[in-house]
Design a protein around this ligand. Structure first.
Ligand code: AMP
Length: 214
């Protein structure tokens, strides 16, 4: 049976980093709605052009668009277990996920909340740099590349995501507080909620997640 987990938490909690580890170490399909929107923006698809208005402003993309996109990805899973990174972010998305999981005959095992103190998030996000070629993540202080502005892995150029500027981050944090944080209770009620301390070394956090989902 296809099983999956949700990885959620505030922007800057490390969802992307940890999902990438789940993908490489446990061969899970990594479904990041943020990445999917950015790919569509790059290719200038109709979905990407619509999504850009929201991403650039730090606002949530409307539920109908986001849910439809996940629905499409679910069709291509081919039996792999999955990690949802950044979805659901609203109660409506969470309900839609329940239905999607059921109608596809999948099972959602756990919703893992990556807990990082609010005071650390701004610094994590403003210092983040991303390789525009391969998507590898860096941080100007805690994970600096060997050569400034250049990706260690592929030599690509490191850029700052447009929504990692301070003024946009404030809007993203507010969207998290208003719409996503309440999902903790949603998953508590479903008996699927697990909390993982998201502070520390990447590998230690990964071990905590592994333990929480086993
Ligand atoms: P992320 O890469 O997860 O930080 O997401 C970047 C941006 O994509 C968010 O600030 C939203 O604009 C949009 N986004 C990603 N996932 C969702 C979602 N589940 N619902 C609505 N908007 C989303």
């Amino acid at each position: 049976m296809v099983t999956g987990i949700v990885l959620f938490g505030p922007p800057g909690a490390g969802k992307g980093t940890q999902s990438t580890l789940l993908k490489t170490k446990l061969s899970m399909a990594h479904i990041s709605t943020g990445d999917l929107f950015r790919e569509n923006m790059k290719k200038q698809t109709p979905l990407g052009l619509e999504a850009r208005k929201y991403l650039d402003a730090g606002k949530l993309v409307p539920d109908s668009i986001t849910i439809g996109m996940v629905e499409d990805v679910f069709k291509k899973l081919e039996g792999r277990s999955f990690v949802l990174d950044g979805f659901p972010r609203t109660a409506q998305q969470a309900d839609a996920l329940e239905s999607l999981v059921k109608s596809n005959g999948f099972e959602l095992k756990k919703a893992v909340f990556l807990d990082v103190p609010k005071g650390q998030l701004m610094g994590r996000l403003t210092g983040r740099r991303v390789c525009e070629k391969c998507g590898e993540n860096y941080h100007i202080e805690s994970k600096a590349p060997k050569q400034s502005g250049v990706c260690d892995k592929c030599g690509g150029k490191l850029i700052q995501r447009p929504d990692d500027r301070e003024e946009v981050i404030a809007t993203r944090l507010q969207a998290y507080e208003d719409s996503t944080k309440p999902l903790r209770d949603y998953y508590r009620q479903k008996g699927k909620y697990v909390e993982v301390n998201g502070v520390g070394e990447t590998d230690d956090i990964f071990s905590r997640i592994q333990k929480a989902i086993s």
